[in-house]
Design a protein around this ligand. Structure first.
Ligand SMILES: Nc1ncnc2c1ncn2[C@@H]1O[C@H](COP(=O)(O)OP(=O)(O)OP(=O)(O)O)[C@@H](O)[C@H]1O
Ligand SMILES: [Mg+2]
Length: 263
């Protein structure tokens, strides 16, 4: 059996920290000596831009080394993997053509399982310890594909009123996925962009932690301008500013993920 664990980062709420978490946890895991593949599943190509400048990112969009081409042509995803600057960390880039993915998936046989099939050769080789998949802020056929290919889903959430609104839809969607892909389980809610000065934040975190329906990660990520600077420099903050608050917080979360995945 393959030891590769596949983790989707998903939340239909936009700007909840999916991409930031995926890039930093991916990089932090590779710094722990793990072999990691991250997949950019979003037409905004923010995960790709977290590792390459605009010119390089657009090159992957035009030379076919991207998730869209792999899915549309139903090819082995290994052919679309490119290395990042970090040892043990590879990426499948995205392209703005992903905006058409729902149309491309629609006529396909067993359309919910295309990504899972494209990943099979990589899983079978068992080279990667973890595959992390960044999702767009939607709940459609493509995100269904991402979740059907995954063992776990991590839900990054901003502890704000609108950040929590919509979580019910998210869980309803996950339950639908589990009907056709029972191996998927929720690893937990990952609180991001936390502002500890706000009573609202503290109350919301308490409510989330008290809920018996969902697990909340022990660690959470506070608001930190180092994240924006790191993204402006096409680097994850764990590499850009190793000892910044958010870098240390993401490293702690990466350890929590390893512990959970190996339970
Ligand atoms: N801890 C943080 N502190 C400060 N800014 C943050 C933090 N985390 C994320 N951000 C910023 O918040 C914005 C949204 O983050 P991110 O892109 O990771 O969310 P997302 O869920 O992937 O968004 P989308 O739904 O558009 O894909 C980005 O501009 C990012 O720089
Ligand atoms: Mg994103």
């Amino acid at each position: 059996m393959s030891r590769t664990q596949i983790i989707a980062f998903a939340n239909n709420k936009g700007g909840s920290g999916k991409t930031t978490s995926c890039s930093n946890i991916g990089c932090a895991l590779s710094m722990m000596g793990k072999k990691v593949l991250i997949i950019d599943g979003d037409m905004q190509l923010n995960l790709t831009l977290s590792f390459f400048n605009e010119e390089k990112s657009l090159e992957y969009a035009s030379n076919g080394k991207n998730i869209y081409t792999a899915i549309r042509e139903e090819r082995d995803l290994s052919d679309f993997v490119v290395p990042t600057d970090y040892e043990g960390l590879d990426i499948v880039p995205s392209t703005s053509l992903m905006s058409a993915i729902e149309f491309d998936l629609f006529p396909k046989w067993q359309r919910e399982f295309i990504l899972r099939k494209c990943l099979e050769p990589i899983k079978a080789r068992g080279y990667y310890d973890y595959i992390l998949i960044d999702s767009p802020p939607t709940l459609g056929g493509w995100v269904m594909n991402i979740m059907c290919a995954s063992d776990f889903v991590v839900i990054p959430v901003e502890a704000s009123p609108w950040g929590l609104f919509g979580l019910a839809n998210m869980f309803e969607f996950i339950n639908k996925v589990r009907e056709i892909s029972p191996r998927l389980s929720v690893m937990g809610i990952m609180v991001t962009k936390a502002d500890e000065r706000k009573t609202y934040f503290k109350e919301t975190l308490k409510t989330l932690r008290e809920s018996e329906d969902v697990r909340v990660f022990e660690g959470y990520i506070k608001v930190d301008s180092a994240i924006e600077w790191s993204q402006d420099n096409s680097k994850p903050v764990v590499a850009f500013k190793k000892y910044s608050r958010s870098a240390l917080e993401y490293k702690k979360l990466a350890k929590e993920i390893v512990e959970y995945a190996n339970r």
